[in-house]
Design a protein around this ligand. Structure first.
Ligand code: RUG
Length: 833
């Protein structure tokens, strides 16, 4: 309040208040001013990077003006806010998105041309903000876009990693990891050195009695690390709302290194504390669907949860409301179990700091939190060892034990004599060492738990969380099928298709109401429309072919069928099935007569994705893909009939080029393992067809677009358990076509076969957990259908158009509204002019 300027002095403020550029001329003025003053450059030394920075700074001004107004508006209306807690935000580039969202891209294009630059060259200078591993982080980024577009008062909270996901380099066919230092030339963040929170670790807990004789706890000593806020503006599409993403960076609590030690000549230890503190936010853990229980990761989680909660509570306290109103003002969504400590931290604040009674505090906690589960894979379900937690967060462990005690007491009342049930649902796993099951805390401490696609939400209710459905009833569990933002994944990635659709539908309203796409179906038979549709795909394929040439040196024929699988490399996603299929294709072509070859549909098999650095199998898969590429691509006997490409360092900005260019893309996880998948939606929305298993969102995509428009294959989730069992006890027969593929690999066709031993033996000898052999035959047969149908281009185009027309359901806006209605109970802000 003291910082607020008194009313009589506000006239000058109003007169000089910053305004947005609204014309080309004003954009040029802002651009040149930033080049000359912010960057201290001139027309004599303005390269493309500077042009990017100048443009970004001009747009940043616009965003920040709207950001300020949005924050004032949201504070003034004082309604319930959403806080989206995610350890990952896979944002990609911001400039193009900002230009399109504020509707000024054409202005910038013309202005830049006047100033001597091509807008594309400026845009591509930007480094991806890659603070995530894959689908989970990208979902968080899509949430931010939709929440702002729909005018929800919403904040994202995350960590400001100094290093995002590593940069992948392929050296002699192997993945190498290179640090991704993304913060240089990043104009999008605002350091808030005045917004800091001291975060405590280690120490011990003392019990005492207050003046009324109540037993209280005090968490003492230990270390403190400072959290510093960095704010990133998130503009909505064609709306005044610009929301905030707050990322926390860690710093030594004093902010400086220890001068006393320094003066005494102890230079190393003088900076050691500072470095230890800064390590917390230094690097993103590069695992997708895998948790490894490292202390630093737990530190990251608590650091971020505690700082965010402090901030949220501070904001709430300014309203002077009663604590009981907290859940009416605050909804916190947990993106996976990574932020589960926020539940414990809120309970700690309420009972230890604010002096509430346990039960009242716990009611508030449950009313506040919602938890999204993204996986059923056991290796991805977070558990922390009790001794580790005891050491790092002693008070939190006590609270966890109390939560567990009260919970188990209530379960015992309802299910007397069921000791097995108690041990299954307990937060504490009685192993050596004991482990804290984070998902159990997340379920017990939230009012809603959701899965991310129908099959997945059913699976969590019938498998991993079955007991909790019995305990709480089915209402605590719900499904919200994932979606994607059409702004980035259609309008930005595929401007030509977006423009064609707008022309047919009479405007761009479909970008904020994606169900309007259904009107496209009336044009399916329109010959001219089909031509334009296929010309756009052809140009997008050409654009990808150029990228492939730049990255790999290989020339691919853009008239071939482009078959794409880009996503994290993981055994459950089964890139191995794909590459074995490619080898099968290679062998089949090799065995053909020249006459037969004439009938072959030329194909480019395109792969991309990162393997977690410690994931040996995934790295072997990458090596096999590159080894096959090295042989096939140089085989003159094959020519254009088959090419194999591995696109290095797959990321969001590459996805924007790849998704619009596929004819077919692969979503072929073992049934029941992929919670949803979201790239399947991106490919279909861009007019590509997909081949997939009955898994995750593929099932709902099929329901929406019709089964004649998708290539489904493979075993069903309900049969997986039996099939696995049979591998050990039922006399497993390797698929004969797959056997031939293995024999070729073992013969050394793709280099030293020992490099691929573990890949093959996992299938031949160790139970084929991901059912590659069981699905191989139907996979190959389905690809033959793909070839056949691709030859009928008119039919193919009809499928492509129809599918896009029916993709409205997969908009992130639908997803966001569902969370708002069924989990958050939050209304969008009315922002009339
Ligand atoms: O693997 C899942 C995807 O199926 C899903 O689409 C995505 C977003 O919901 O989340 C992915 N995921 C799951 N990433 N990490 C996990 C487990 O921590």
């Amino acid at each position: 309040v003291e910082a607020s300027i008194p009313e009589p002095l506000r006239e000058a403020w109003r007169k000089h208040s910053a305004t947005e550029f609204t014309s080309k001329d004003e954009f040029e003025r802002d651009f040149v001013r930033h080049i000359e003053t912010t960057l201290a450059r001139s027309l004599y030394n303005c390269d493309e990077l500077a042009a990017y920075s100048g443009t970004a700074l001009a747009f940043r001004d616009r965003l920040i003006i709207e950001w300020n107004r949005t924050q004032q508006r949201q504070t003034f209306t004082d309604q319930k806010r959403v806080y989206y807690l995610s350890l990952e935000f896979l944002m990609g580039r911001a400039l193009d998105n900002a230009m399109l969202n504020v509707g000024m891209k054409d202005v910038a294009r013309d202005g830049l041309a006047d100033l001597g630059f091509r807008i594309e060259d400026a845009i591509t200078q930007e480094h991806d903000a890659a603070l995530g591993n894959g689908g989970l982080g990208r979902l968080a980024a899509c949430f931010l876009d939709s929440m702002a577009t729909l005018n929800y008062p919403a904040w994202g909270y995350g960590l400001r990693y100094r290093y995002g996901i590593f940069k992948q380099e392929i050296v002699n066919g192997y993945q190498m990891e290179v640090p991704d230092y993304w913060l240089d030339n990043n104009p999008w963040e605002f350091p808030r050195h005045d917004i800091t929170v001291d975060i405590q670790f280690y120490g011990h807990v003392t019990k005492y009695q207050d003046e009324n004789g109540k037993v209280c706890h005090s968490w003492e000593s230990g270390e403190t690390v400072q959290a510093v806020a960095y704010d990133v503006p998130i503009p909505g599409y064609r709306t005044k709302t610009t929301n905030n993403l707050r990322l926390w960076s860690s710093k030594a609590s004093s902010g400086e290194f220890d001068f006393q030690k320094f003066n005494a000549g102890d230079y190393e230890s003088a900076v050691a504390d500072q470095q230890t503190a800064e390590t917390i936010s230094a690097v993103l853990y590069p695992n997708d669907n895998l948790e490894r229980g490292k202390e630093l990761r737990l530190k990251q989680q608590y650091f971020w949860c505690a700082a965010s909660l402090y901030d949220i509570v501070r904001r709430f306290k300014k309203t002077n409301r009663a604590w009981s109103e907290f859940p009416d003002q605050v909804a916190i969504q947990l993106n996976d179990t990574h932020p589960t400590l926020a539940i414990v931290e809120l309970q700690r604040i309420l009972i230890d700091v604010e002096g509430l009674e346990w039960d009242e505090a716990w009611r508030i906690v449950i009313g506040t939190f919602g938890y999204t589960n993204h996986t059923v894979l056991p290796e991805a379900l977070e558990k922390w060892s009790v001794p580790l937690m005891q050491n790092l967060l002693p008070r939190h462990l006590q609270i966890i034990y109390d939560i567990n005690l009260f919970f188990l007491q209530s379960v015992e009342k309802r299910f007397p004599n069921d000791r097995d049930m108690l041990s299954r649902v307990s937060i504490i796993e009685e192993s050596h060492p004991k482990m804290v099951r984070m998902a159990h805390i997340a379920i017990i401490g939230s009012h809603k738990v959701n899965g991310v696609a129908e099959l997945h939400s059913d699976l969590i209710k019938t498998t991993i969380f079955k007991d909790f459905v019995q305990i709480y009833g089915p209402d605590r569990f719900t499904n919200v099928t994932n979606g994607i933002t059409p702004r980035r994944w259609l309008h930005q990635a595929n401007p030509a298709l977006s423009a064609l659709i707008a022309e047919k539908l009479g405007g761009y309203e479909f970008l904020t109401d994606l169900t309007l796409l259904d009107k496209l179906e009336t044009f399916v038979d329109d010959k001219n429309f089909r031509r334009e549709w296929s010309d756009i795909k052809a140009k997008n394929k050409l654009r990808l072919a150029r990228l492939i040439k730049d990255l790999t040196g290989y020339s691919v024929n853009p008239n071939s069928l482009f078959d794409v699988q880009v996503k994290r490399i993981h055994e459950y996603k089964r890139q191995q099935l794909n590459i074995f299929g490619v080898i099968h294709r290679y062998l089949s072509i090799k065995a053909m007569t020249p006459e037969q070859r004439k009938k072959v549909v030329p194909r480019v098999s395109i792969f991309g994705g990162k393997a977690a650095p410690g994931y040996w199998m995934a790295k072997s898969i990458i090596y096999l893909i590159n080894s096959v590429a090295a042989v096939v691509n140089k085989d003159d006997d094959i020519g254009d009939l088959l090419k194999v490409i591995f696109i290095e360092d797959y990321n969001v900005s590459k996805a924007e080029i790849i998704c619009p260019a596929s004819d077919i893309s692969e979503h072929i996880s073992t049934a029941g393992t992929e919670a949803s998948g979201t790239s399947n939606m991106k490919f279909v929305l861009n007019g590509g067809l997909i081949i997939g298993t009955c898994d995750g969102a593929n099932i709902e995509i099929t329901r929406e677009i019709g089964e004649q428009n998708i290539f489904l294959f493979g075993n069903l989730a309900e049969d997986v358990e039996d099939l696995r069992h049979r591998h050990f006890y039922g006399g497993f027969q390797l698929d004969p076509q797959l056997k031939r593929v293995f024999e070729t690999i073992k013969a050394g066709t793709f280099g030293d076969p020992s490099s691929f031993n573990s890949l093959i033996s996992s299938i031949e000898e160790h139970g084929d957990y991901y059912l590659v052999s069981d699905d191989f035959n139907s996979y190959i047969a389905t690809h033959e259908m793909v070839d056949k149908e691709f030859q009928n281009q008119e039919e193919w185009l009809a499928k492509s158009i129809t599918s896009v027309a029916r993709m409205g359901f997969f908009s992130m806006d639908r997803v966001t509204n569902e969370y708002a209605d069924s989990i958050w109970n939050v209304e969008p802000l009315d922002i009339a002019d």
